[in-house]
Design a protein around this ligand. Structure first.
Ligand code: ADP
Ligand code: ASP
Ligand code: MG
Length: 814
């Protein structure tokens, strides 16, 4: 004899019911089968909705009722296409009764728990009847037995308690004589000793099956549902979750108690003592092995078996100095909650005894507050304690595992990884048995928390980075292409799962929570929604993914102004945009502080020397205790290109034009040629060396002609280059006469910085600097005479993109 249970989705459509029938048919070939079924998927919710609507005098209840009716009729017709079956007559009668009940609720404006149970019972009564009769129509040896004739409970409506001795006897007696091979039993529903309809609590069909399995002492109980077992965590919220092959009764109970909906928590009770294993299987994928819940010791595996969550939690805090050292407070508190039939999900008490925190379902919060404030009325009036504090919008997440007690550092890991992702913890509880550690967090953080913890405890091998790139122009495009090319390498070699979640250019933006397929990112972006900077931020924030990184590949001030907002959401910022780091010192240091406070990296290596590791090297020198004495550098790839190509056979205008055409200058070449861009770079190096400095503090000796300096548009500026050729040739001639090269040099020395064109003599490290190369020389306490030199291409889309990429990987390696 076998007991099976099929849940709402499993009997949610004619297609799925056919699948159920075929599974049962197969099983019944060599065994007697008892099968508990839920209501058709979604019907219990709809019945309750109709009830609420009727109670609230909302005539919409008729529409809801009609939907319920249609769903059932469609299933009957699809299952029995060629039969004028008597099923409909029964169903019609039941639906009429349902309609009368709803009319009654509408009339008296009231929906008591007792009526509610009557109402929801229709769901299972209908589904079980339809399935059993369809099987009979197909000549299977099947019959339906109403659980209300078997399972006897008290009158605790909506979550009744079972009278096992009567129930067990009823079940044993019935099956002694039942002739059919397959018995279909409605789950969830029962009757009180007085004959009132009761239910076993939402999700209770699992429990019905367990009650029957235990009463008949069968060998195995199978729970068939819409997922392939009990997963490491909620598979709807964590894509990487996977089914647990075997798990202990205790672990299953803890996981389900803390929200793993796949199993109704009381289900384990009846089968536990009899040692009947529960096998969870997937109706939609019967070949999957599923999960076995039993007493068998599972082979040594991760100490954490699963992670679960319960939403809709309210946290009650009772606190006050009058509680310290005075016994009886908790007793009165819990007695009150028990009298109000309020289920306590989590309790924590600070060792100071100054406060007690209790997690309950939000629907009980109002009742709880009224009752507790009333019971402590005197103490509150005497200011010994405060009125109870109620916080809502919360969830509980719990780590579960029998083996956790034998491993140290699990809670440390749990809280530090949550902390790193800026998930605020409101309360913590750890069972003395150490089978579970639970924490109360904001409901809006649940998905992120589960993914973070799952990565920490079940996917130790890879770290997921979620990247949002703004400004996919020249450099941005290269970055996306590099990511596409290296994705697999990063996974295999650095254990980094790098996903691009958001992309934006100035016109469009596109998001995909599962990662944009980079093979067709251009098409997807072209079809994306209209771009907006705030929209991009809001969407990134709303997705609330762990290890999120915002990448700014623009040169836009408005984008830079948003860094603080990103950092405050614990979203890392990687920028090649120099504006933020060279803005007012207050802003730069604010961003640095936010980065520390919110644990969100802020990296901008490409601000200086494109892909060259200038800032990283500087940071490493400072972090390891070295002191920067001076920095000498050629930091403008564009100016170096210009002065390397400019001589008495070329024209200054042509060379600048060429530099612009090759993408070596900013769109406005004045930013490069006026020295502002270089000044920004040396400013950033000075600041990163620990000096508080602003752009105005940098001495800038211009080399442009008077009219070039005064030009008010880019076109005007180019015109001055043509007109003032003699001025520029003069600069060249002067250098040449001394055997020098013209180099645009940035210096930082004893707290002072300057930029300007210099005549560099032969033998100087700058003299032979070619093309668009940059060079930086760090003179430090440890490198006093021979500087540390970094040299190489300092401009270009490819190297800038790879510098951005390096920053992203730096975050991944953290
Ligand atoms: P049924 O209607 O078959 O009883 P339920 O909806 O009650 O099914 O339970 C199955 C659902 O439980 C899954 O679809 C999944 O969304 C949810 N769930 C939550 N946590 C877990 C978990 N740890 N493992 C498997 N499923 C889970
Ligand atoms: N139909 C009931 C519910 O939705 C019982 C169950 O499906 O287990 O809660
Ligand atoms: Mg269920």
């Amino acid at each position: 004899m076998k007991v099976l249970k099929f849940g709402g989705t499993s009997v949610g459509s004619s297609k799925n019911i056919n699948q159920v029938i075929s599974i049962l048919d197969n099983y019944s070939k060599n065994d007697t089968i008892i099968c508990t079924v839920s209501a058709v998927g979604g019907i219990t919710d709809k019945l309750l909705l109709a009830g609420k609507q009727a109670q609230n005098k909302d005539t919409q209840f008729i529409e809801t009722y009609n939907t319920i009716k249609t769903i059932h009729y469609t299933i009957i017709d699809e299952l029995n296409p060629n039969k004028s079956t008597p099923i409909k007559a029964y169903v019609e009668e039941k639906l009429e009764a349902l309609k009368s009940l709803l009319d009654g609720i509408y009339l008296i404006n009231e929906l008591s728990p007792k009526t509610s149970d009557k109402l929801v019972s229709f769901g299972e009564l209908l589904s079980s009847y339809i399935i059993a009769e369809t099987m009979k129509n197909r000549n299977l040896s099947a019959d339906r037995k109403n659980a209300q004739d078997l399972i006897v409970t008290n009158a605790n409506f909506t979550k009744a308690e079972v009278d096992y001795s009567t129930t067990n006897k009823n079940i044993a007696d019935y099956f002694k004589a039942a002739p059919q091979h397959i018995t279909i039993i409605p789950g969830f529903i029962s009757k009180s000793a007085d004959g009132e309809q009761t239910t076993l609590g939402r999700g209770g069909s699992d429990f019905t099956a367990a009650i029957v399995a235990a009463a008949l002492k069968v060998d195995q109980l199978e729970i068939w549902t819409d997922v392939s077992g009990m997963y490491t965590t909620n598979p709807k919220l964590v894509k990487q979750a996977y089914p647990i092959a075997s798990i202990s009764y205790q672990e299953a109970m803890e996981l389900s108690h803390f929200g793993a909906k796949v199993l109704y928590p009381p289900t384990v009770q009846p089968v536990l003592d009899l040692n009947i294993p529960i096998h969870i299987k997937n109706t939609l994928e019967p070949e999957a092995i599923g999960t076995v819940i039993s007493n068998e010791k599972s082979p040594a595996s991760s100490p954490v078996k699963g992670i679960s969550n319960i939403n809709n939690i309210a946290l009650l805090t009772l606190q006050g100095s009058g509680m310290i050292g005075i016994p009886g407070f908790s007793k009165r508190l819990f007695e009150t909650l028990s009298q109000e039939k309020i289920n306590v999900i989590l309790i924590t008490q600070a060792s100071s005894e100054h406060s007690i925190c209790i997690g309950i379902d939000i629907s009980d919060a109002e009742n709880a507050k009224t009752a507790i404030d009333a019971i402590f009325e005197n103490e509150i009036a005497l200011h010994k304690i405060d009125p109870i504090i109620v916080e809502t919008g919360l969830s509980i997440i719990a780590l579960v595992g029998d083996n956790m007690k034998n491993h140290q550092g699990i809670s440390g890991k749990m809280f530090s990884s949550l902390g790193k992702n800026n998930i605020n913890i409101r309360a913590i509880a750890q069972g003395a048995s150490e089978k579970n550690i639970s924490a109360v967090i904001l409901e809006s953080d649940v998905k992120k928390a589960l993914n973070t913890l799952h990565e920490q405890f079940f996917e130790t091998k890879t770290k997921q980075l979620n990247v949002f790139i703004t400004g996919v122009g020249n450099v941005g495009e290269k970055l996306v292409e590099q990511i596409k090319q290296q994705k697999q390498y990063l996974k295999d070699n650095l254990k980094i799962n790098l996903r691009v979640i958001g992309l934006s250019n100035s016109r469009n933006m596109v998001f995909n929570e599962d990662g944009i397929d980079l093979k067709s990112w251009k098409e997807q972006l072209a079809q994306g929604e209209t771009a907006s900077l705030d929209g991009f931020f809001e969407k990134t924030k709303a997705l609330n993914l762990r290890n999120s990184i915002f990448v700014d590949v623009t040169a836009n001030k408005e984008v830079a102004n948003l860094y603080a907002s990103y950092l405050r959401q614990s979203i890392g910022v990687v920028a090649c945009n120099k504006i933020a780091c060279s803005s007012e010192y207050e802003n730069y240091s604010l961003l640095k502080r936010l980065s520390l406070k919110y644990n969100a990296p802020f990296l901008f290596e490409t601000n200086v020397g494109a892909g060259l590791p200038v800032i990283d090297t500087l940071n490493n020198l400072v972090a390891s205790g070295d002191k920067i004495m001076s920095v000498q550098a050629v930091l403008s790839g564009s100016l170096n290109f210009v002065f390397n190509n400019f001589n008495d056979t070329t024209k200054f205008y042509d060379v600048v034009k060429q530099a612009a055409a090759e993408g070596y200058t900013e769109p406005d070449p004045r930013i490069d040629l006026s020295g502002v861009d270089v000044a920004r770079k040396i400013l950033i190096l000075a600041r990163e060396s620990g000096v508080e400095m602003n752009l105005e503090d940098i001495e800038n000796t211009p080399f442009l002609s008077e009219s070039g300096l005064k030009s008010d548009t880019v076109d005007n500026f180019y015109e001055t280059l043509i007109n003032d050729e003699a001025h520029y040739q003069g600069l060249y001639a002067s250098a040449k006469a001394k055997g020098c090269q013209l180099k645009y040099v940035a210096q930082f020395n004893s707290g002072k910085a300057s930029v300007g064109l210099q005549e560099v003599p032969e033998g100087h490290p700058f003299y032979n600097l070619e093309g668009k190369d940059n060079i930086v020389m760090f003179y430090t306490q440890r490198y006093p005479e021979q500087p540390m030199i970094i040299k190489g291409a300092g401009a270009g889309a490819d190297v800038t993109a790879s510098g951005l990429f390096a920053d992203i990987i730096r975050i991944g390696n953290d």
